[in-house]
Design a protein around this ligand. Structure first.
Ligand SMILES: [Mg+2]
Length: 225
């Protein structure tokens, strides 16, 4: 039985219409005068810190901890502004799915597993009333490698329960093949949803335990038992 459910954010819980991507491009231009950085960058399923390090190195800038922090400070400021103007939307079925999870006889603990830094995650989710359900999380500022983030989330979940959680007690819900890969890295179950633009066929091929067009199309009970 699943004891810990870990949600990805972008394309899984919400669609921001590119607020993060826009804030990234704006930061690159404001701080470094680099135009069009967001068009040349691959964002999906990656961590904020890995994306920023790649940008800094490709543009001949320092990429020490402090340099990444400096970028993030401006990025989160601009992201906050963009989210207030255009918060985007909650993906179909998310609220009902979370409610179903909390109503289960033995409700699993809910957490986040996301490449967003913690503050970025909060800025994206709070406008949608989606910041409160999470007991724990692993974020882009915990590690740059998403598969390591899954291990960190598993460790935090295990600490919460006071025992080592087994892989099939953990369910990862995400919208990209990288989410599926990080679920597999900890031998967790994986529910892949096609709400982030990925095709159901591709998600199926990547080895997801379940694939659904949206969270409206699958019941929490079905994936947690
Ligand atoms: Mg995503």
């Amino acid at each position: 039985m699943v004891r810990l459910v870990l949600f990805d954010i972008d394309g899984t819980l919400i669609r921001t219409g590119g607020a993060g991507v826009g804030a990234f491009g704006q930061t690159a231009e404001l701080l470094f005068g680099v135009k069009g950085a967001s068009e040349r960058t691959h964002f999906h399923g990656r961590t904020d810190t890995a994306i920023i390090r790649e940008f800094l190195l490709q543009n001949g800038k320092g990429a020490r901890h402090w340099d990444i922090r400096h970028f993030l400070d401006a990025y989160t400021f601009l992201l906050d502004h963009r989210m207030q103007e255009h918060p985007g939307e909650v993906c179909p079925g998310v609220l009902e799915f979370i409610e179903d999870l909390t109503r289960m006889k033995q409700p699993p603990v809910l957490g986040l597993l996301t490449g967003n830094v913690r503050l970025g995650a909060e800025l994206k989710l709070r406008p949608h009333g989606l910041w409160d359900p999470w007991v724990l999380g692993a974020f882009g500022d915990d590690h740059e490698d998403r598969n390591q983030l899954a291990r960190i989330a598993l460790d935090r979940g295990s600490r919460h329960f006071g025992r080592r959680l087994k892989g099939d007690e953990v369910l990862v819900i995400g919208d990209t093949v990288l989410d599926v890969a990080c679920a597999r890295a900890i031998e967790a179950r994986c529910l892949a949803v096609a709400t982030g633009g990925g095709s159901p066929e591709m998600l199926k091929e990547s080895g997801a335990t379940w694939v659904a067009d949206t969270l409206e199309d699958i019941r929490a009970l079905e994936v947690c038992q």
